[in-house]
Design a protein around this ligand. Structure first.
Ligand code: ZN
Ligand code: ZN
Length: 139
């Protein structure tokens, strides 16, 4: 996969599709309790990009947007037909792409685990990647 190639993705039922443009600077595993609830899994794996890199190709009108009250930026966007997570524009000014919604592998691997101290006891091991209690200070 070339680092200059756009990636396509979409929801489970296929109604919502999108494309994201490179560069892809960061892909992370987040173990916070919100990501666990939001995904139903041990952690979320997300690609972090700029909003201008995200283009909806179909089904944008089917996106359900949930912004978690009393949080700075947490939310979840999902397909109103199949419930699958789709990329969201965060109130923090980033676009957050659920890595599992991509149709093909991105040209990078996850670099870090964040909110490691919140992880589920049954969660995946770190695999030797750096772990952080919250967001690393340089982010
Ligand atoms: Zn769907
Ligand atoms: Zn999280």
């Amino acid at each position: 996969m070339s680092e200059s190639t756009s990636l396509r993705g979409g929801c489970l039922c296929g109604a919502i599709t999108y494309e994201v443009d490179p560069p892809f600077a960061r892909m992370i595993h987040c173990h916070c309790s919100r990501c666990r609830k939001g995904t139903g899994t041990g952690h979320a794996t997300n690609l972090l990009i700029e909003p201008a890199q995200l283009h909806w190709r179909s089904g944008e009108q089917l996106i359900s947007r949930f912004e978690l009250p009393n949080t700075a930026a947490f939310g979840k966007w999902f397909c109103s037909r199949c419930g699958a997570p789709v990329p969201r524009l965060s109130r923090s000014g980033r676009a957050i792409v659920p890595a599992g919604s991509l149709d093909a592998a991105p040209p990078l691997l996850p670099s870090d685990h964040i909110f490691w101290s919140s992880r589920a006891e049954w969660g995946c091991p770190s695999g030797g990647l750096p772990t952080h209690e919250a967001y690393p200070p340089h982010w």
